[in-house]
Write a protein that binds this ligand. Structure first.
Ligand code: HAM
Length: 426
């Protein structure tokens, strides 16, 4: 009888991110930090755990996220939830720390894990990652456009070329009730032919009918009244300004009347970016304006707009575009031969690493053939060989692994030589 212990596996819908893929995640994050800094956003890090009420109030009690997808548990008498998204958390923090007192517009961004109990498939996970940005304190449509411009610049910088920007307006609390009424009336005639979820939504939250994915419902949804035809003059003007400014900045977009988004806090501008490279889960970015959210969470009336990029999906698209390559290749691998050479070899490795070069060494003694085999396997650009002869002469062998060309150099010159050959400038 075997006593083998069953290995424990990661939880369904979660996954380990491993090298070399994690190097792509880091590069994408580094680019996000760079671009967001250029647009003068500051990073915010909010807790992963929040009170459940934050999402019930912020995201909306009738949404799929809140009704079906949240990881919620009782911590003694408090109901807590692993955040399914971060916009509500950012607005909570904005209120909690009175950031409105700092004056002007607050521009914040975040990178981190979110949790939704969805059915896992490629591009859809229960723990997934978002890179998001939020602007609080301006209603100006030019802010909407600048947010989208920054997003597009970021996507292009990480090598995403094939994507579609979908834009809509969902109006505001003044004009939406009349539209919802028109939608509700229209739904009364057709809801019987729709899926059970839509039959329920037709009464509880008719807007949600518009983002139903059931194939058979699509033709019916196509004929329902469009919110874009029911905007009040202010919302219409706002939308027209967003549209004309997107055009003026050369940002290609498609007006998509069905784009109402799956969260209740949206007002006016909503947008998504989809990518054909992603297959079924093609939504890469979701965003929009949420001018009433701060008030809904007990804060002052503060307009806001932002977006979240699905980082898992972004990585899939980056891999498909194959512009950024994963990995952190070795600039050099140091080969030492004989105990007396170990200390000088270790010293050289430390000096090269301190100069920012990626350098490898093994501490087990081995024959030169085996060590060179490792250098080859690790695809090191240079092998630096230190034997007792090299130690005596004070010059080490620096071998270019691609050309087999060998150069003798004093240790203090090796860093500059390698950097020069690899054209590393900083
Ligand atoms: P969202 O549309 O729910 O919006 O999510 C944004 C993006 O997160 C999606 O487009 C998708 O790429 C990614 N995503 C969502 N669920 C999953 C999942 N289960 N697995 C993998 N990726 C996923 C929001 O979260 C809003 N907070 C966006 C926002 C910010 N609106 C204003 N500011």
């Amino acid at each position: 009888m075997s006593n083998r212990i069953e290995p424990i596996r990661s939880v369904k819908g979660t996954r380990d991110l491993l090298p070399p893929d994690t190097s792509l995640w880091q590069r994408v994050e580094a680019e996000a930090h760079r671009i967001f800094a250029a647009y003068h956003y500051g990073e915010i890090r909010t807790p992963i755990l929040e009170e459940t009420a934050l999402f019930a109030r912020g995201v909306g009690a009738e949404t799929d996220i809140v009704t079906k997808e949240m990881y919620t548990f009782l911590d003694h008498e408090d109901s807590l939830t692993l955040r399914p998204e971060a916009t509500a958390s950012v607005v909570r923090a904005y209120i909690e720390h009175s950031l409105y007192n700092l004056g002007g517009v607050q521009k914040l961004y975040y990178i981190g894990p979110m949790f939704r109990r969805e059915r896992p498939q490629k591009g859809r996970y229960r723990q997934f990652y978002q890179i998001g940005a939020e602007v609080l304190g301006s209603q100006n449509p030019l802010v909407d456009v600048e947010v989208i411009e920054m997003l597009v610049l970021f996507l292009e910088r990480v090598g995403i070329r094939e994507y579609q920007l979908l834009v809509n307006s969902v109006g505001c609390s003044t004009c939406r009730p009349a539209y919802l009424e028109a939608l509700r009336v229209a739904l009364q005639d057709v809801k019987g032919a729709m899926c059970v979820d839509c039959q329920r939504r037709a009464d509880t939250n008719p807007l949600r009918v518009l983002d139903c994915k059931v194939e058979a419902d699509q033709a019916i949804i196509e004929k329902l009244p469009k919110i874009i035809d029911h905007l009040d003059p202010e919302c219409r003007q706002h939308f027209d300004r967003v549209s004309s400014e997107l055009q003026a900045r050369g940002l290609v977009y498609h007006v998509t009347p069905r784009l109402v988004r799956g969260l209740d806090y949206y007002t006016r501008t909503t947008f998504e970016i989809t990518s054909g490279a992603l297959g079924a889960q093609n939504a890469l970015v979701g965003g929009g304006r949420y001018d009433g959210l701060s008030e809904m969470l007990g804060g002052p009336s503060t307009p806001g707009i932002g977006f979240s990029i699905g980082q898992d999906r972004l990585i899939l698209a980056v891999q498909a575009a194959a512009v950024l390559q994963p990995g952190n290749p070795l600039a050099a691998y140091v080969v030492w031969m004989g105990e007396p050479t170990l200390a000088p070899a270790a010293r050289l490795v430390r000096e090269l690493r301190a100069q920012g070069l990626t350098v490898g060494i093994d501490y087990d003694s081995m024959k030169i053939k085996k060590a060179m085999g490792i250098a080859n396997k690790l695809q090191a650009r240079f092998a630096i060989i230190i034997g007792e002869g090299e130690l005596a002469s004070g010059k080490y062998q620096v071998k270019n692994m691609a050309t087999s060309e060998q150069t003798e150099l004093a240790p203090e010159l090796i860093g500059e030589f390698v950097r020069d050959k690899l054209r590393i400038t900083n």
